[in-house]
Design a binder for this molecule. Structure first.
Ligand code: PLP
Length: 355
């Protein structure tokens, strides 16, 4: 196949270990965790593996600034800013929405990194949302993003910067290579530990992580069943597009593998109320894992994907006697946002003691 070069913001391999206590709570199912919350700089997370390839491309093109966009609480934005800092570039994060009343986890880190944070006001779209079709809403967000980023890029280029536009979530063919590589890394760790996983569970947002794992699994002929737990509900059409995207990437890098629709297993069952909206079941899963293993997952992504893992067990997709690997994709700064703190605080404050 055709390999491309990358930079290194990651400290690899990331740890992979068994959740001993948590597994004991289950009916003869062994749960392991790939600690991609510990990938590298900028407090880690899955986006860093993708950024290693994306930053290389930006540097090769002589770019001086990385610009990306996403939600106000974007982990990808924070890690793009950290990667930019590491390679002497500037960064701009464009967020859908308006500044929150309180600084939140990722925004604080973005500002410490001296990243420029620009908000794209979505109030006009939201005011009309009830009368709009789903496709119209998606198109309106796309237009807002296009016109705002075009403006900012033109302005920066007029003062001599060269801007690289990093797609949302690092969702690009180069970005996919990050998780394609992770498969080889996990296969090696399986060998060292003398285990082989039946299932791999991962959260799915923009799709690049899942795409990379699917392609890597085919290429390395891993026997895994890879189950994606969507972070927000996705339509079947979007999952079909992900299959097409995988096959385009396979062709581009001459992997000589083909992803079939049947290879894609996803669930919309564990998305909670909506994207990044706090909910009690997710909070309980976060607390359950923390209490048994001392490991945190976050309320926006990994709390929900870990709920997915438990749900897949309940559904019988993961069966007694099997081994499952959960990919911890990071996102912990998401705990420190007003909406989540409020939910946690109700529980957390009630038992505080003063001696
Ligand atoms: C972005 C993100 C995901 C989703 O990854 P995609 O490659 O966009 O599907 C999952 N977990 C965390 C913590 C993230 O920041």
């Amino acid at each position: 196949m055709k390999r491309i070069e990358k930079v290194n913001t990651c400290f690899l391999p990331t740890p992979l270990h068994k959740l001993e206590n948590f597994s004991k709570e289950l009916d003869n199912i062994e749960v392991y965790m790939k600690r991609d919350d510990l990938t590298g700089i900028g407090m880690g997370g899955n986006k860093l593996r993708k950024l290693d390839y994306i930053v290389k491309k930006a540097l090769d093109e002589g770019c001086t600034t990385l610009l990306t966009y996403g939600g106000v609480q974007t982990n990808h934005g924070r890690l793009t800013a950290a990667a930019a800092a590491r390679f002497g570039m500037k960064s701009i994060i464009m967020c859908y929405g308006t500044p929150p009343e309180e600084m939140s986890g990722n925004l604080v880190l973005d500002r410490i990194l001296d990243s420029e944070v620009i908000f794209m006001d979505t109030s006009e779209i939201r005011a009309k949302m009830e009368e709009m079709e789903y496709e119209e809403i998606v198109a309106a967000y796309k237009n807002l993003k296009k016109s705002s980023t075009d403006d900012v890029i033109a302005q920066r280029e007029s003062i001599g910067e060269k801007v690289y536009l990093v797609p949302i979530g690092g969702h690009s063919p180069e970005g996919v290579m990050g998780y394609f590589d992770a498969v080889e890394e996990i296969r090696k760790q399986e060998q060292e530990m003398g285990v082989e996983f039946d299932h791999v569970v991962v959260g799915n947002g923009s799709g690049g992580t899942y795409a990379g794992l699917l392609l890597g699994k085919e290429y390395h002929k891993a026997p895994w069943n890879i189950l994606a737990s969507n972070i927000s509900p996705k339509q079947e059409r979007e999952m079909d597009e992900l299959v097409d995207f995988c096959n385009e990437v396979s062709e581009q890098f001459e992997m000589e593998v083909k992803i079939q629709k049947e290879d894609v297993h996803y669930s919309n069952e564990y998305t909670g109320i909506a994207y990044n909206v706090p909910d009690e079941p997710t909070r309980q899963v976060i607390s359950r894992l923390a209490k048994s293993e001392g490991i945190f997952v976050d309320p926006c992504y990994t709390g929900k994907s870990f709920s997915g893992l438990l749900g897949f067990i309940e559904e019988g997709l993961i069966k007694p006697g099997e081994k499952v690997l959960f990919i911890h994709t990071g996102g912990l700064p998401g705990i420190w946002t007003q909406e989540h703190e409020v939910g946690f605080n109700e529980d957390l404050w009630k038992d505080l003691k003063i001696y």
